[in-house]
Design a binder for this molecule. Structure first.
Ligand code: ZN
Length: 202
């Protein structure tokens, strides 16, 4: 029921105002998120909820299979605004195990426009065909491709002009690759972080 959403919203706003009468006044004045989250559109992976962050603490862009297309004006605009205006220093590319987009790309069935969107995933699969083919269990294979794709998206983001320009200016900007487990609710760092000085394992 749509009316439930409005009821939930009023209850939530009341709860916040009761705890802090200035809560929305403070939030409406300015946003200073420390993080940019690039994640999958999957409804089970909400950035704020799984990281315990409040409104105002994470800037978010989500798309099917958390991909970085070098011509995606939405993503590029978000990244540019986050870096140049919000002064975000930590970018997290977060995928998740059991991702339907990754599964669709690996299985090669026709789904329409999204097949064009998922081309970078098929490219990653092709580049890693030998290591993927030796994984017998299909779910394990899909999950490995989830990880490989996240690592590739981190590298692709690092090659965008906006990020390269930030590093040229000496900005301490770091891009991380994480994966989320739908079955246990846990985040795992894939240790593929890239910062001003190159690859960072931290
Ligand atoms: Zn997904």
């Amino acid at each position: 029921m749509i009316s439930t959403l409005f009821a939930n919203n009023r209850a939530w706003a009341n709860e916040k105002t009761n705890a802090n009468p200035e809560y929305f006044l403070d939030l409406s004045a300015i946003q200073r998120p420390e993080y940019l989250w690039i994640g999958c559109s999957d409804s089970r992976v909400p950035a704020n909820v799984i990281t315990g962050l409040e409104p105002g603490e994470v800037f978010v862009q989500r798309n099917v299979a958390n991909l970085v297309h070098p011509t995606d004006l939405n993503l590029l605009s978000v990244v540019e605004f986050a870096i140049n205006v919000l002064d975000v220093r930590q970018i997290i590319v977060c995928g998740h195990y059991g991702c339907g987009g990754i599964r669709a790309a690996l299985k090669g069935q026709n789904h329409g426009v999204v097949d064009h969107w998922l081309q970078p995933v098929r490219d990653v699969a092709d580049a890693n065909i030998q290591c993927l083919e030796c994984i017998e269990d299909e779910e394990t294979r899909i999950n490995r491709l989830c990880e490989l794709s996240i690592i590739e998206q981190v590298a692709r983001l690092a090659r965008t002009p906006t990020v390269r320009s930030a590093w040229r200016d000496g900005r301490d900007l770091v891009i991380h690759g994480w994966v989320y487990g739908l079955s246990d609710g846990l985040l795992t760092d894939l240790n593929c972080s890239i910062g001003l000085g190159g690859i960072r394992n931290e």
